[in-house]
Design a protein around this ligand. Structure first.
Ligand code: AMP
Length: 418
């Protein structure tokens, strides 16, 4: 019979990798705690309409990449392809804004998008991110960006680059759309079909083009900053000066825009030179119109989402398994078995990580296993040791060996440094 394999674009996270995930998750939770962000967990699937409204029908995510189905009760459902819309939905549904003027939330979650799989791009992948609701002021923009950088720096990522822009208020974007159309009209015949469609529907998205001749044309295009209102400019200037005050460097990226109407003002992206073609680690921005779009009371908000597979790729591999036992008990013969298990249990209850052989192997094989597992000490116990009331304790890094009375073994092991 042929064996069943996993779906293309999904990954099993095996024990040789899961410890790296745990370390990353622990670093994220630790940083979130220090910045005062609390965890929110939302369901794996939602009504399809949430994403159509909350992400936008014209986005690639909604138009091409969602895993959607109609269930037995006739409801249109979708596996979540992003987290901002579900978190905003929960925020509205539970009246979180009514209970507190600001809500600083974070998540660590699995997402689903039917993209073309390649290194750093999967169909089930993981993001952590934050959504901060309730303040329109630049200090929260600066805090959210500082928080993203703190997580990445905290796990030792190098080659990071922060790109920053403001897409202004909805009025500014309306003006910019017109300016961009005016600029591009004489070039229309030279544009790809995709860009021509975007020209009609959403000209801001044309700035995302990867076609070299279009990038060339767009070099002379007006910048969105030309259309900022005075308030937009003041807001952006203050975000920049707060980042300067915190010593966070950034590059201005006039082409970094988001096409959807509920996005406002600050947008940012963080990339890493440690990655290949898929070098974006994190994207974020302000979305002052989103909560209202989803039927809530108008509430400002800002957030980001960061791809965890990419962070782990950028972190590189380490050799430790993260699960090395402190102690390996080498048990020889049938009579010692209860003593081995009782000792392991007592040491584990005292907080030590203990392993022992369950294949009834030879002394040599068990010692090999103890070394392979990376244990710091081996306790050797056979019939002889049991009879003499003493076990051998071997320091596996130095090779030093000493006899310890069975009665003292537990307290002796607890007194060692690991
Ligand atoms: P987005 O939600 O599209 O703004 O993406 C935010 C971050 O999630 C990106 O910067 C990537 O790090 C990561 N990401 C997005 N799509 C994928 C994917 N298909 N596979 C792995 N990571 C992804």
């Amino acid at each position: 019979m042929t064996s069943i394999r996993s779906i293309k674009g999904t990954q099993d996270i095996l024990p040789d990798q899961s410890h790296r995930w745990q370390a990353l998750e622990a670093a994220i939770r630790n940083t979130m705690g220090r910045y005062g962000y609390e965890e929110i967990r939302t369901p794996a699937f939602e009504r399809t309409e949430l994403f159509a409204r909350g992400v936008g029908e014209e986005t690639d995510i909604v138009s091409k990449e969602m895993y959607s189905w109609t269930d037995q009760g006739g409801e249109d459902l979708t596996l979540k392809p992003e987290l901002t819309a579900p978190v905003a939905r929960a925020y509205i549904q539970h009246n979180m804004g009514g209970q507190s003027p600001t809500n600083k939330l974070y998540y660590i979650d699995a997402l689903f998008r039917r993209e073309r799989p390649q290194k750093g791009r999967y169909r089930q992948f993981h993001q952590f991110g934050v959504e901060a609701f309730g303040s329109e002021h630049p200090e929260i923009d600066a805090e959210v960006i500082a928080l993203a950088m703190a997580v990445f720096n905290g796990v030792g990522l190098s080659g990071l680059s922060l790109k920053l822009n403001s897409i202004g208020s909805p009025q500014c974007r309306g003006d910019y759309r017109d300016a961009l159309r005016d600029f591009l009209t004489p070039h229309l015949n030279n544009l790809s079909e995709t860009s021509q469609n975007r020209f009609e529907k959403n000209p801001l998205r044309m700035l995302d083009t990867k076609a070299p001749h279009e990038i060339e044309i767009l070099k002379d295009a007006p910048n969105i900053s030309d259309c900022w209102t005075q308030d937009d400019k003041d807001h952006f200037d203050e975000v920049c000066s707060l980042l300067d005050a915190m010593g966070i460097s950034y590059d201005l990226a006039p082409n970094l825009v988001r096409g959807l109407d509920y996005y406002t003002r600050t947008t940012f992206e963080i990339t890493s030179t440690a990655l290949g073609a898929q070098d974006a680690i994190c994207g974020g921005g302000r979305y002052d119109g989103l909560v209202e779009t989803l039927g809530g009371k108008s509430t400002p908000g800002i957030g980001f989402a960061a791809g965890m597979e990419r962070i782990l790729l950028a972190m590189g591999d380490d050799t430790s398994t993260g699960h090395e036992p402190h102690i390996y008990i080498v048990g020889l013969g049938d009579t010692v078995r209860p003593t081995v298990l009782q000792l392991a249990e007592s040491l584990r209850q005292n907080g030590l990580a203990v392993a022992f052989d369950v294949l009834r192997r030879s002394m040599k094989a068990q010692m090999r296993e103890a070394n392979k597992a990376g244990a710091k000490y081996a306790i050797i116990m056979g019939d002889q040791e049991l009879e003499s009331g003493q076990a051998e304790v071997k320091d596996l890094s130095t090779g030093d060996q000493q006899k310890v009375a069975l009665d003292d073994l537990s307290s002796h092991m607890n007194s060692l440094s690991f």
